[in-house]
Write a protein that binds this ligand. Structure first.
Ligand SMILES: [Zn+2]
Length: 432
């Protein structure tokens, strides 16, 4: 596929590019970017010589490296009634993502190379974008015995995580951090002290008391963030903290980074867009783990994004069947279907002046690629033609009925958002 995207505002923090120009794709790879405008000696002029070239006029639009979601639950194998690799990647592409990392809490768990192989094959056959499997740290995600990380790495896992569950044993986590150093991939930690969080279904505080729901104190997350920071100091292993939700976690990470501890962290759009108030009325679509927190936490997360303490915005896309979310609050599963709203919600941070658009691209493309060691998140010549074209002014109302994801569980139903992806190009294939 040969393609010319002309007149777009190109933003690529990996090359310090922020300006209007043309971008040429040859054989599904980036060939060149040209910020010089017109004439024969321009990208457009040279592209006219390419065979069967198609042109997209991106006048007034932004052209970004394809977004990468480090934290997606695709549910297949085992929970195809919630989502499949097909529907999950369709949702990803609609949301502007060209790569997603599939968390291992499937059935069977992705704790051995045959499951890894299944996901990779299925994604090649049916996936609309690139899928990178994340392998489990421990067998069956039980937190006891390390999985065969070396074999899974060789099969294609780009990181390891027991996400959905924490690795409660500090010794097991130590061994995982030591072992994973051999292949230089990150351990992604779901930080939750299960003893402190036991039975909890929302943030612990005045509101949980009012609603008569059992709470999870912020300290259930922070105690494990502190432990993990200590283990990075001990092992010099590579650790990435998933879904940061509290002010205390941001403070711990900021202080650790200032001391030179090598650690990275992500948060998700729901933690900087809504607070625990969304749970009022026992709204199960606002039930998520870690739970939505208070205003102070939300403000701290924004500060952490702004000052670089939080490196990545990931979705934690967690689709569930409608019937499951119709249960009582206590019984409903945790999770938000996030792929199709993540970019638009994150653009609110640009409107509020928390991030520049270029910084947002760092959090959603450049930094995830760097943390995972992927040759993605860039528009450098030679890279795969993974591109997100964004219309900053286009408004839409969130309507889960229109989601490509099987998961309709969103607390943002009916919100009017401004800014959305209009074209997503995955390895040269144009989705619009
Ligand atoms: Zn998690």
């Amino acid at each position: 596929m040969n393609l010319l995207i002309k007149n777009g505002h190109i933003i690529d923090p990996s090359q310090g590019i922020d300006g209007v120009g043309d971008l040429v794709i040859e054989n599904n790879r980036i060939k060149e970017i040209s910020l010089e405008r017109k004439g024969k000696d321009s990208a457009e002029g040279r592209a006219s010589g390419l065979q069967g070239i198609r042109t997209i006029d991106a006048l007034g639009l932004y052209v970004l490296p394809g977004l990468i979601d480090m934290h997606t639950h695709l549910r297949e194998p085992g929970f195809e009634y919630k989502e499949t690799i097909k529907t999950g990647t369709m949702a990803a592409v609609k949301g502007g993502f060209t790569s997603v990392c599939a968390m291992p809490n499937t059935n069977p768990v992705n704790d051995n190379s045959s499951v890894t192989d299944f996901i990779i094959r299925k994604a090649i056959q049916e996936g609309e974008c690139t899928v990178y499997p994340v392998g489990a740290i421990t067998k069956g995600q039980k937190g006891e015995e390390l999985a065969e990380m070396g074999i899974m790495y060789a099969e294609g896992c780009v990181a390891f995580s027991d996400d959905g569950r924490p690795v409660m044993s500090s010794l097991v986590m130590r061994r995982a951090l030591e072992y994973s150093k051999a292949f230089n991939v990150p351990i992604i930690s779901h930080c939750e002290d299960l003893d402190l969080s036991e039975g909890g279904v929302m943030n612990e505080g005045l509101l949980s008391v009012t609603l008569g729901l059992r709470g999870v104190p912020p300290e259930a997350e922070e105690a494990m963030v502190a432990r993990d920071i200590a283990l990075v100091g001990l092992t010099k292993g590579r650790l990435h903290i998933a879904h940061v939700s509290t002010a205390g976690s941001v403070r711990l990470l900021r202080e650790a980074k200032a001391r030179g501890i090598q650690i990275s962290a992500e948060t998700c759009p729901h933690y900087f867009s809504i607070t625990e108030k969304a749970v009022e009325g026992y709204n199960t679509n606002a039930k998520v783990n870690p739970p939505l927190r208070g205003q102070e936490d939300m403000d701290s997360i924004k500060k952490g994004l702004k000052d670089g303490t939080i490196d990545v915005i990931a979705t934690d896309h967690a689709p569930h069947h409608r019937d499951e979310k119709l249960r009582e609050f206590d019984q409903a599963p945790s999770g938000i279907s996030g792929l199709e709203t993540a970019l638009s919600l994150s653009l609110r941070l640009v409107d509020e002046g928390v991030l520049t658009l270029s910084q947002l691209v760092e959090k959603m493309a450049k930094n995830p690629a760097a943390i995972l060691g992927l040759d993605k998140g860039t528009l450098k010549p030679g890279a795969d033609a993974d591109i997100t074209i964004l219309d900053l002014n286009k408004k839409f109302m969130v309507d889960s009925g229109q989601f490509f994801s099987k998961g309709k569980n969103t607390p943002f139903e009916g919100w009017v958002l401004k800014g959305m992806p209009v074209v997503t190009i995955c390895k040269g294939k144009v989705h619009e």
